[in-house]
Design a protein around this ligand. Structure first.
Ligand code: NAP
Ligand code: ZN
Length: 352
């Protein structure tokens, strides 16, 4: 039997999110049913609710930074038992047999991964609905174990903001002696600072917001560069092995390229779309520099990141909100007024 679940949905790009009842699938043998305790609020939720990427099917229930407890596990879902604390991130399935899936890079599945919300499950053609809801049904291969000892609300953002910044740090082999910069101090940016610092890199933040300097230092930045200050930008030339750019909207990359060191890479994780102004190739050619992109991370890599966070006591800096406050939270996120991730306490859904 399918199960009726209460969540919060957007019904159009301009409507506020509001209570919404929908059906979750009947659990399959390898499914885990999870009672959702906390769900982080990612800027991607806002992009999707407002149809910024022109691919939203309404109604949409956002949320892909999910922490919960297992309430039942199918006969084939043997890695999990009732009561386990678990996480679900941005993906809930993938083809499992393409070259990307075979390497554990399900996020780059050639058939495209089934996303936690705003996707269609190929097994039953049901739309996927995300974590702003009471319960979720997920194939056990896409369920993560949350290490004991981590604050559960603070761990929620690890499922997207954490893995999206961890994956490029690992891919570009950041470690002791690496020089890493992060553009933008929001949800992704603050996790990038924490994770790069824990990997023993020397860490710099590029920010438009001078008021964030003290926080940036507390979160792990050794240096801050105010990106609107030409002198400070110039002083950062030839410095960074890796720059992680988390800015959600179109912006000029050219001012950052001179700050890459020889062989350095600027990896985009925020903005999806055409660049304007175009890239000037001169600073790329003069120094064998790269501009790259990166999407979340694979399931094994997500577990690796969670285990690393468990060992190092890393969680997100959060502001816990009720589900009723979600629309106001979106407005604050648009003003970069988040310290540094909103997390919804799903108990509040009972009052909806
Ligand atoms: P967020 O919390 O809103 O943070 C974004 C930060 O970027 C802001 O705090 C601000 O930092 C800076 N910023 C915002 N608008 C800017 C502008 N117009 N120009 C320059 N800087 C600006 O967002 P988030 O949740 O971290 O998400 C960041 C982006 O990553 C979103 O577009 C999201 O969709 C995307 N994302 C991608 C992946 C992936 O797999 N690649 C995964 C998750 C999210 P300062 O005040 O410090 O300048
Ligand atoms: Zn996200």
């Amino acid at each position: 039997m399918t199960m009726n679940v209460l969540g919060y949905a957007a019904h159009s790009p301009t409507d506020a999110l509001a209570p919404f009842h929908f059906e979750r699938r009947e659990p399959r043998a390898n499914d885990v049913v999870i009672e959702i305790l906390y769900c982080g609020v990612c800027h991607s939720d806002l992009h999707t609710a407002r149809n910024d990427w022109q691919n939203t099917t309404y109604p949409v229930v956002p949320g892909h930074e999910i922490i919960g407890r297992v309430v039942s596990a199918g006969a084939a879902a043997t890695r999990f038992k009732v009561g386990d604390q678990v996480g679900v991130g941005c993906m809930v399935d993938s083809c499992q047999h393409c070259a990307a899936c075979e390497q554990g890079l399900e996020q780059y599945c050639e058939a495209f991964p089934i996303l936690t919300y705003n996707s269609v499950d190929p097994h039953d053609q049901m739309t996927t609905f995300g974590g702003y809801s009471q319960k979720i049904v997920v194939s056990d291969q896409f369920v993560l174990k949350v290490p004991d000892g981590l604050d559960l609300a603070g761990a929620a953002p690890l499922l997207c903001a954490g893995i999206t910044t961890w994956s490029p740090l690992r891919h570009w082999k950041v470690g002791k002696g690496s020089r890493v910069a992060v553009i933008g101090l929001g949800g992704l940016g603050h996790m990038a600072l924490k994770l790069a610092k824990a990997l023993q890199a020397e860490v710099t933040l590029f920010s438009r917001s001078p008021g964030k300097e003290a926080d940036a230092r507390r979160l792990g930045a050794d240096h801050i560069v105010i990106s609107t200050d030409a002198e400070q930008m110039e002083a950062a030339n030839n410095r960074f092995d890796l720059i992680i750019d988390t800015v959600p909207y179109i912006h000029d990359l050219n001012p950052y390229l001179p700050s890459l060191a020889l062989n350095g890479t600027l990896v985009l994780v925020g903005y999806l779309g055409d660049l304007d102004p175009m890239l000037n190739t001169i600073p790329l050619i003069m120094g064998r520099k790269s501009v790259a992109g990166s999407l979340i991370g694979g399931i094994a890599e997500t577990q690796e990141m969670l285990d690393f966070c468990g060992q190092h006591g890393i969680t997100s800096d959060i502001e816990v909100i009720t589900i009723q406050a979600i629309n106001e939270a979106y407005e604050r996120m648009l003003k970069s007024d988040v310290k540094y991730r909103f997390v919804i306490d799903m108990v509040s859904l009972q009052a909806a």
